[in-house]
Design a protein around this ligand. Structure first.
Ligand code: HEC
Length: 506
């Protein structure tokens, strides 16, 4: 545990990232697809001499500039803010491995934003041909930002054997290009590009829906139909790219999905399958709404219709992102870094010397573990995916289990056997037996308000039988009960600690 923990009550830090990310995706993908939309539409309007289109397009490009330049950038910073706090270890891994990719990305961003501004402010002030060129240049630059970030994002699920072989050696940079152009790169670039193009269509539908159908009926019909067409490529090609993407997902991650598929009938399908189905169904609805409301009745297409489409797109995006995040569980970087910031390679060492042994956040430095140690174990190893009372609530998930049953679960998490059902979505619990016992007591008090089973002395094996009986003889249950109001574990631990000294060492 190298960093402090960001404890977001009720929703958990992961959901904070998800909420910001979904909004950001809706806008940032529009920033890319919209560039192509503006350039292509301008080219078409110029070629076909549609001056009335150009007038609308100029207004569209202002909307585009404000939305992507202000809200896109703001939510982009929001992502850094939230991932940096929620998962500093993972964020640091991505920064360190892709220093030059990030540097390139920010330079390209700067060029992109400047071009978007130039595009809007030069309407009618420079020759049409030059203005059109700025549009195309913007489209190209914005695609480049996707190209770069796509390499970094897909790396997390499919870092590839070359990079994994060098991970932790300090020579990771030698596998930079293998890591960047990883197995997921091309299918994901395809999927995201299609999402960009469809979002350009959807946002444009929202924008053009406000054209007055009485005074400008004809141009409204044309622009709504033209925008609706932008959704077509996604519907034709997405299944192909999605299948390709799934083929590239490492087997052990895909298992979670196939497990879900095969249990649909019994209603037991996994979260990841559920989310994939949400995406599929909302996408189908988007297709129907676009066809019936926009394509067949463009004149009557209203702002409300447009916003509904946007809302459906939001849900589809949330589902798709959620699917990918769940597919990658229990890792942030597959095969290298677990979601709770433990590195796969460090597991044996941490089991031997202790999870908190080298941590600056060890509450019991140089002393025996106490319930406070257990709290720290929980914060460090569980809080990245669970909350106490809200999303994936620990209290709810452990409800009805006494101290012994909790101990059994922790043991399963710790052993992480190949056939353990938890292995597919939870990282192994690491630490010494004493630290795990401390976690068990913390959770017992958290869930049951008191210790419900005798304290297990993890070091008992080392002492003679007569002493062992003694150590278990006076469980600290009563002392713990006194301060049973969990989660005031700090108090509880204070009262447990003195007793623990002689009667039960934890
Ligand atoms: C990588 C994310 C992740 C981490 C880290 C994680 N869990 Fe979980 N855990 C999950 C998911 C996902 C589920 C399934 C939730 C559901 O069914 O709603 C789950 C379920 C559980 C359950 C219910 C299991 C059952 O059989 O009912 C328990 C108990 C649990 N986790 C305890 C823990 C503890 C203790 C830790 C820390 C040592 C931990 N988890 C760390 C993701 C995680």
């Amino acid at each position: 545990m190298n960093y402090p923990v960001w404890d977001v009550p009720v929703i958990g830090s992961g959901l904070v990232i998800a909420i910001i990310a979904v909004i950001h995706i809706l806008i940032s993908h529009f920033a890319i697809g919209g560039g192509l939309f503006l350039a292509m539409t301008e080219t078409k309007a110029l070629r076909e001499g549609r001056r009335d289109w150009l007038d609308r397009l100029r207004k569209h490009s202002k909307f585009f500039l404000v939305l992507t330049g202000v809200y896109g950038a703001m939510t982009g910073v929001g992502i850094w803010f939230s991932i940096g706090l929620a998962n500093p270890e993972g964020t640091s891994t991505l920064i360190h491995n892709f220093v030059f990719a990030w540097a390139a990305e920010w330079v390209v961003f700067l060029v992109e934003l400047s071009l978007a501004a130039a595009y809007y402010y030069t309407w009618g002030r420079i020759p049409d041909k030059t203005h059109e060129k700025i549009g195309w240049l913007y489209a190209f630059t914005s695609f480049l930002t996707l190209f770069i970030i796509n390499g970094i994002l897909t790396f997390k699920l499919t870092p590839g054997p070359e990079w994994l072989a060098l991970a932790g050696t300090g020579r990771e940079a030698e596998a930079f290009f293998q890591a960047f152009f990883n197995d997921g790169f091309w299918p994901s670039l395809g999927l995201r590009s299609l999402a960009c193009v469809s979002l350009a269509g959807i946002w444009s539908l929202v924008f053009f829906s406000r054209i007055d159908r009485e005074t400008d009926g004809e141009v409204k019909i044309q622009l709504i139909r033209w925008s609706a067409k932008w959704l077509l490529p996604a519907f034709l090609l997405m299944p192909f790219f999605f299948a390709w993407y799934l083929l590239m997902v490492p087997g052990e991650h895909r298992d979670l999905m196939t497990l879900g598929m095969s249990t649909i009938g019994s209603g037991a399908f996994t979260q990841v399958t559920r989310m994939a189905l949400i995406t599929l169904m909302t996408t189908a609805t988007i297709g129907l709404v676009t066809y019936f409301l926009a394509w067949l009745n463009p004149r009557d297409f209203s702002f409300g219709h447009g916003v509904s489409l946007l809302f459906l797109a939001l849900i589809a995006t949330a589902g798709a992102e959620g699917t990918r995040e769940m597919l990658r569980k229990p890792f942030v970087v597959s095969g290298y870094l677990y979601s709770n910031s433990n590195r796969l390679a460090d597991v044996p060492r941490k089991n031997a010397e202790g999870y908190l042994a080298r941590s600056p956040w060890n509450p019991d430095r140089g002393d025996r573990p106490t319930v406070r140690t257990g709290e720290r174990m929980f914060q460090g190893q569980c809080l990245s995916c669970h909350t106490v009372d809200g999303y994936r609530s620990m209290r709810k998930l452990l409800h009805g289990r006494d101290g012994k049953a909790i101990g059994n679960i922790l043991q399963m998490l710790h052993e992480n056997a190949p056939d353990s059902p938890y292995r597919k979505f939870m990282p192994p619990l690491v630490g010494t037996p004493a630290e795990i016992e401390a976690l068990r007591q913390y959770l017992d008090i958290l869930v049951n308000g008191k210790l419900t089973s005798p304290i297990v002395d993890p070091s008992a094996k080392a002492v003679p039988d007569s002493v062992k009986v003694d150590t278990l003889a006076a469980p600290a249950i009563d002392t713990a009960k006194k301060d049973s109001a969990a989660p005031a574990v700090r108090d509880t631990s204070r009262s447990t600690a003195p007793a623990a000294k002689d009667s039960a060492r934890i």
